[in-house]
Ligand binder design. Structure first.
Ligand SMILES: [Cu+2]
Length: 162
């Protein structure tokens, strides 16, 4: 499934110049979105790579019927060398550039899942909102995080693995 999504993305990317249309304001494209739900009541996480074919803007928020709240998070290395997650108000999306939400970096934190975690087939849709007024829906079938083993679980940081 991951490979298929990637292939579709590459295809879309390759075909896009042929379909260039100055009236088309969908200048931002999402590639390979992935959603992981947290264990129990823990928040989930969304990763995606955004390609911007227009002028610079920012990702300023996200909403979904499937979650109570979505926050923009990034990782920061503090003076003691530890990596910590911090909430931010926006992610820069450069002109004709890309923004990668990925493990260990920027990501969307998904709080208060309203769906059924046993339903592995239903795709979850999340709408991304940009400073220039554009919005973009991405969807992915959620992946459930594996429960840490009883012997190691208590060593895990709350947001370990993003
Ligand atoms: Cu986070």
């Amino acid at each position: 499934m991951r490979f298929l999504l990637l292939s579709l993305c590459l295809l879309g990317f390759a075909l896009n110049p042929l379909h260039a249309d100055p009236r088309n304001d969908m200048a931002i494209m999402a590639h390979a979105p992935s959603i992981k739900l947290g264990i129990g009541d823990r928040p989930g996480v969304l990763f995606v790579t955004l390609h911007n074919k227009s002028s610079a803007t920012q990702l300023v928020g996200a909403t979904s019927d499937a979650f109570e709240r979505i926050e923009l998070h990034t990782h920061e290395t503090s003076a003691d060398g530890m990596m910590r997650m911090v909430q931010v108000t926006d992610f820069a999306l450069p002109a004709n550039g890309k923004l990668a939400l990925k493990p260990g970096g920027h990501h969307l934190m998904l709080f208060g899942f309203r769906g059924d975690k046993r339903d592995k087939e239903a795709a979850i849709e999340v709408t991304l909102n940009f400073a220039n007024g554009a919005s973009l829906s991405v969807s992915a079938q959620p992946m459930q995080r594996q429960k840490p083993s009883p012997h190691h679980g208590h060593h895990h940081m709350p947001h370990q693995g993003h």
